[in-house]
Design a protein around this ligand. Structure first.
Ligand SMILES: Cc1ncc(COP(=O)(O)O)c(C=O)c1O
Length: 386
């Protein structure tokens, strides 16, 4: 069997290895507090589940158009108007099986040998994996330079040259939990005017998980960029729907035909009943989200306070998402060593910063979308082994 060389260039998400290890330890009877996965402990909202079941019972289970049912695309357009006061034609919106495929398509459209793609490091591992898969050169920007992990527009702009095809942004940011404020995004967007051929992929999957009532700095707030802007978003994080595999992309008009073709060639369409649930999520009440954010805020403060109380650990306060990304250097261990003893000795599953790139060698990602009891217990267990 001879596999195409490009397949060997694909990376993966180390979180799945830790997930498997954790499962094995649990099966052996060990008690593990799992702070590794990128999802919350909340259930999907009831009105979303009900709308999906109703759609199925009503017989909405056939193929849909590859870009999604128009009602769902209109609901996304309505929500974008409410959230960002931006007017987006539903024909530019594509419903996807999760947030990831928008990433896959965008990187495939612009990545090839000889091209360069700029992306955050540490960052969601699939950016680099997909860039390598296409044969393009992966150009990372270091997210660990600022203590609060906010981006540095000048540094990013300095990486752009005539080979650069795509710039990937992610705000709020996984794995650091950082939130880059609007004034910094303004600066970056201003600088991008000098590079009119550069396309931007803005991964905004955590856009509703922002603390302190900060303004959402969506790139959709900059209509001048629309001809070269792809926005990745979805239902996974905001509505606790990770396993539903539901996302949306906003694309430049010029690319829609190609996106349509990719959909036809890969998944045909997104699960039809789920698209009806997706409408209910967008148009329905937001108590679920408000309640989730209230709890996340308490958990965020608890975990940061706990981590800061541990000897040798520094931790900035996350501005968005549900991740804390402490630096463990002064414990005498690097992120990987720390992660290993956490799992094996303390029974706490976390992810080393190196699972997200090469720069965050001394950091570890903690998911705080779990109960306050779990967080307190985890901190206590780590304290014991330190
Ligand atoms: C930054 C970022 N982008 C995209 C995704 C993918 O989202 P989905 O599960 O909807 O495919 C994730 C998931 O963890 C993420 O953290």
């Amino acid at each position: 069997m001879k596999i195409a060389k490009s397949v060997n260039k694909l990376g993966t998400e180390a979180v799945y290895n830790i997930f498997a290890k954790t499962k094995k330890l649990k099966k052996e009877g060990k008690s593990i507090i799992d702070l590794s996965l990128g999802q919350s402990d909340f259930k999907s909202p009831k009105h979303v589940v009900d709308a999906t079941i109703k759609a199925l019972k009503d017989g909405h289970h056939g193929y849909t158009l590859p870009n999604g049912i128009i009602e769902c695309r209109e609901a996304v357009s309505r929500k974008i108007k409410i959230l960002y006061n931006a007017k987006i034609n539903p024909e530019r919106i594509v419903i996807m099986p999760g947030g990831k495929p928008t990433m896959y398509y965008a990187i495939s459209f612009f990545g090839e040998v000889g091209a360069e793609i700029i992306y955050p490091d540490p960052g969601f591992p699939i950016y680099e994996s997909m860039i390598n898969f296409t044969g393009a050169k992966a150009i990372p920007y270091n997210m660990t330079e600022n203590k609060d992990f906010s981006i540095n527009p000048d540094k990013i702009l300095s990486l752009i040259n005539e080979k650069t095809r795509l710039l990937i942004l992610n705000n709020p940011h996984n794995p650091t939990g950082s939130f880059t404020k609007k004034n910094i995004i303004d600066e970056l967007v201003h600088g991008l005017k000098k590079f009119p051929n550069l396309v931007i992929l803005s991964d905004e999957v955590y856009d509703r998980l922002i603390f302190e009532k900060e303004e959402i700095p969506s790139l959709l707030n900059y209509p001048d960029l629309y001809e070269r802007l792809i926005v990745l978003n979805g239902w996974s994080k905001t509505y606790a729907m990770t396993g539903w595999r539901l996302g949306w992309g906003v694309w430049p008009e010029k690319l829609i035909e190609n996106v349509f073709k990719f959909c036809v060639n890969t998944h045909s369409c997104v699960n039809t009943p789920a698209q009806y649930g997706a409408i209910a999520a967008l148009d329905g009440p937001e108590e679920h989200l408000n309640d989730m954010m209230e709890k996340f805020d308490k958990r965020r403060k608890l975990i940061v306070e706990g981590l800061r109380s541990l000897k040798g650990i520094e931790c900035s306060l996350p501005g968005g998402s549900f991740f804390a990304f402490p630096n463990v250097k002064n414990t005498g261990m690097n992120g990987e060593e720390f992660t290993n003893i956490c799992l094996e000795k303390a029974g706490v599953a976390v992810i080393p910063g190196t699972a997200f790139g090469k720069f965050a060698t001394d950091n570890v990602r903690f998911n705080f979308a779990t109960s306050t009891e779990n967080i307190s217990k985890a901190i206590q267990k780590i304290d014991n082994i330190l």
